[in-house]
Design a protein around this ligand. Sequence first.
Ligand SMILES: [Zn+2]
Length: 128
Amino acid sequence: MNCPCGTQKTYSECCEPAHKNISSVTTAEQLMRSRYTAFVMANGDYLMESHHSSTRPTSEKDAIVSWAKSVSWIRLEALETTKGGPSDTEGTVSFNALFLENGEVDVIREKSAFVKENGHWTYVGYAT
Ligand SMILES: [Zn+2]
C-alpha cells in the first residue's frame, strides 16, 4: 500500500519507521508527513509522542482520535519548508490536509512550527 502521506513509497518504507521510532525522523517535513499518516490511521499515541511537551493536548487525545476516525482523509499537500533539515533544531512546514467530513471536502491549511525536543523533531503548533 502506498503511504497515505503521498510520497509514492510504501507505508513500510515511509511513515512506518517514524511510527515505530520517532528518533528515526530526520526532517521537519518528514515529521509532518508522519503526523498526517497518524491522523489517517488514528494513531493517537504517535500524535501525542510527536507533539512538543509544552503544547501536547493530552486531555484531548481521545477526542482527536475519534475525530480522525470520523472523517475520510483525502490527501496531503506539502508546500513550503523553512529550515527543518537534519542539522537544524527548528523549522516550519506549510501544508494542506484535505478530508471529507459530513459529505463535504474540508481542508486544514497550516504553517506549522517544529522544534527538536529530546533529540527528535516535534510539532509545536502554528508558526508565526
Ligand atoms: Zn508517509
